[in-house]
Design a protein around this ligand. Structure first.
Ligand code: 4NP
Length: 147
């Protein structure tokens, strides 16, 4: 994982974790000519804006994710993205299975490898701060590998 490439951030719903990851990575990778996007494994929230708590914690850290819209991961993602970063082990196993069906060269990894970034949906605001910090660490980890 040593050179810049297009990045897709993936979680379950694409409303809590991966929108933050997209926003943070876009912000950190401005010097690279890459595209950054996010998607969910599930279809529950297609078209929805990010969770208010994700918008708020990002805003506190100077990042506006309010205009993002949730979408589901699709076949073309395995062609268009060099890196697919997932948040937890469940995301990882689902995306790995999809990858087998789509014969991809995309590198699939936990964003904060070797740690998981757990689903904060049913938790409180503090959970979103913890998620934000783990996402930030994960994005730094990836960019440090690109130097
Ligand atoms: P995310 O969080 O995967 O970080 O977007 C979730 C959002 C919604 C649901 C689950 C996880 N849900 O079950 O609706």
């Amino acid at each position: 994982m040593h050179k810049p490439g297009n990045v897709l951030m993936v979680c379950l719903g694409n409303i809590c974790r991966s929108p933050i990851a997209q926003g943070v990575f876009e912000n950190m990778s401005k010097n690279f000519k890459i595209s950054v996007d996010s998607a969910g494994i599930a279809n529950y929230h297609i078209g929805d804006a990010p969770d208010r708590r994700s918008i708020n914690v990002s805003k506190t850290n100077g990042i506006d994710i309010s205009t993002q819209k949730a979408r589901q991961i699709r076949t073309n993602d395995f062609k268009n993205f060099d890196y697919i970063f997932v948040m937890d082990n469940q995301n990882f196993s689902v995306v790995k299975k999809l990858a087998l069906n789509n014969k991809t060269n995309s590198i699939i990894q936990l964003l904060n490898d070797p740690f998981e970034i757990e689903d904060p949906y049913y938790g409180d605001d503090k959970g979103f701060e913890i998620v934000y910090d783990k996402i930030y660490q994960g994005c730094k980890r990836v960019l440090n590998n690109w130097k």
